[in-house]
Write a protein that binds this ligand. Structure first.
Ligand SMILES: Cc1ncc(COP(=O)(O)O)c(C=O)c1O
Length: 396
């Protein structure tokens, strides 16, 4: 029998999705499962976006330009201007989700065996995209005790080698909820300029910041024009994960010209979804104001309930809708599986994402899980109650 590639064998499973077969077993056993494992918001997509697709007047569902439709890119540029990010349509390539933007970015800036430094824990699929691109992730550790703040500049500099091509951050962070300050972005700017590296910022959660904090984008920093690449997406912003639309943004013309070649190879981003995403740009600020109040409220409820469980430690998220939770257990993979297979409280259980997959350092995150607060408050309260009961019963 022909064999599959070593690269394929080395592709990591998604820690967010790998427990799905156990969840299916739990449904078959008639258990209710509270999904704390995945960032699929329960917020309605904007009506204006759904209507735009329903009322389309296309006769042929054709390809668009590889870089995305011109009208849509011009409107995205307008959105960035409103957010103090001075980019134009030509600086934007529309992609099939932020996921494809990440792949294009890695393909455009790094060769096989090149290195990208990423504060850890990080969005688990960075491991997958790096493996697919033959790139080595070099983690710089951020700690739960420091609430996952940016590690000192010296920690980055210790890791820079001739193979280092970029620093990649996620701001606000998935899975930590950490929001980088303007000063931290400026610190990173100084490092990348000094060592001639790219700074890639995954800003897909830009709108979701709490406690009055504001997001500061890397491209608000003028001196990063040649160094900065933004990864963006409509998935979470408009609760439109199934649209599969994102974009890659850079003022660096060489980066855009290179990413465009990757975009040409896959022909075009999806046409209907661009229509929906273009319409979504008209979503009024009041939509975000309501959504942000809702998430902040959920975060407050979740964090307070978690902190009340003996032996549980939680990073205080300032943005996005995730947190890393440290539990009094040894192995969160086994715990997460046990929750689905062997445990229930009155027919109900929870699904969490084991955190080891959000690290690339072996042995890290084994006693941690990631929780997404994308459920209604009442469900979150019940889910944490279930977690508390489960921890009392669980034997490592
Ligand atoms: C940090 C981060 N980046 C990128 C993505 C990819 O999103 P999509 O491909 O749906 O745009 C996600 C999805 O959860 C994410 O959390």
């Amino acid at each position: 029998m022909p064999s599959v590639s070593n690269k394929g064998k080395n592709m990591p499973e998604s820690p967010i999705r790998k427990l799905v077969p156990y969840a299916e077993k739990a449904y078959k056993a008639n258990k209710t499962v509270y999904h704390l494992n995945i960032g699929q918001p329960d917020i309605k997509s904007p009506e204006i976006a759904m209507d735009a697709v329903a009322n389309h007047n296309l006769e042929i569902l054709a390809y668009t330009r590889s870089e995305g439709s011109q009208e849509y890119r011009e409107k995205i540029a307008g959105y960035y201007h409103k957010n103090n990010i001075p980019v134009e349509a030509n600086d934007i390539i529309v992609t099939t989700g932020g996921s494809e933007a990440l792949l294009f970015a890695m393909g455009s800036i790094a060769d096989e065996d090149d290195e990208i430094i990423i504060p850890e824990p990080f969005y688990a699929n960075y491991n997958g995209f790096a493996t697919a691109s033959g790139i080595k992730i070099v983690p710089v550790i951020s700690k739960i005790e420091d609430n996952f703040a940016l590690p000192p500049i010296s920690e980055f500099e210790k890791l820079i080698t001739p193979k280092t091509k970029a620093i990649l951050i996620c701001n606000p962070g998935n899975p930590t909820g950490y929001l980088y300050s303007k000063e931290e972005i400026q610190t990173l700017a100084a490092i990348v300029k000094k060592h001639d590296l790219f700074l890639v910022a995954d800003e897909v959660y830009r709108e979701f910041t709490y406690d009055g904090y504001e997001h500061y984008s890397i491209l608000e920093e003028e001196s990063l024009a040649d160094y900065g690449i933004i990864i963006d997406s409509v998935s979470k912003r408009y609760s439109m994960c199934g649209a599969r639309i994102g974009c890659l943004v850079s003022k660096n013309k060489q980066v855009i010209a290179t990413a465009l070649k990757f975009a040409q190879a896959r022909l075009s981003p999806p046409t209907f979804a661009q229509i929906a995403s273009e319409a979504a740009l008209q979503t009024p600020q009041s939509y975000f104001d309501e959504v942000i109040v809702e998430y902040q409220d959920r975060r407050n409820t979740l964090v307070a309930a978690l902190k009340a469980i003996p032996g549980v430690q939680v990073g205080e998220p300032k943005g996005a809708f995730y947190c890393i939770v440290q539990l009094p257990i040894k192995n969160s993979d086994a715990f997460a599986q046990w929750l689905l297979e062997d445990f229930d409280d009155n027919g109900e259980t929870i699904m969490v994402a084991p955190a080891a997959g959000f690290y690339s350092s072996p042995g890290m995150g084994l006693n941690q899980v990631r929780i997404a607060y994308v459920l209604k408050k009442e469900s979150l309260v019940r889910a944490v109650e279930i977690l508390k009961i489960a921890l009392q019963k669980y034997k490592d």
